[in-house]
Design a protein around this ligand. Sequence first.
Ligand code: GDP
Ligand code: MG
Length: 201
Amino acid sequence: MRHRPEYKVVIMGGGGVGKSALTVRFIHQIFVSAYDPTIEDSYRRNLNVDGITVALEVLDTAGTEQFMSLSSLYVRSGDGFLLVFSLTLLDSVAELHTIWEQIQRIKETTHGTAAAARGGGAGARAGAMGEKLERPRVPVVLVGNKLDLQHERQVGREVAVNLSRSWGGVPYYETSARKEINVAAIFEDVVRQMIKADAFA
Ligand code: GDP
Ligand code: MG
């Protein structure tokens, strides 16, 4: 399948949900328990998915994206997104709404021609309203992290599944950066989506 030599994945979500822990686990195969929350960094790694090797740039964002202009810069530069919340903090789910809406807004306009070719505008609007959409055209994975903290869990699986449905069926994974559960899987999934999105472009 035709694909670009490099893809950029942007990790977004509230503070403390484990964005850096997931990124560092994926890049260096270690768990860091005290990562500077203000550090924002980008990393590179090759990843083989279904026999295709792609170069990945991973951008681990920090709190600074409260400044909307910076956040929109991230969204513009990303080919795919991991939207992370913590299973131990219900509020961290709500924080993803504005990020999701921003991704839709920015990517719908930049991918306007592709949307139009599929009879687009109405579908795009329906998607933004949380109604049915064939498939998400922007590669996104919804990630509930800290699965290992079972006794502190606040977010039920059904809450996240409902959210992923309202987003047109984006894939949902429960992960643990600490116990290395589903960390590779979330990156592989978004890479598959990015390669597929290329085929549509
Ligand atoms: P970020 O602000 O989203 O980048 O969050 P961090 O990656 O800095 O993680 C915030 C805190 O949660 C740190 O103390 C991490 O050690 C901890 N943490 C991150 N992921 C996990 C996980 O999967 N399990 C557990 N138990 N702790 C985690
Ligand atoms: Mg961080």
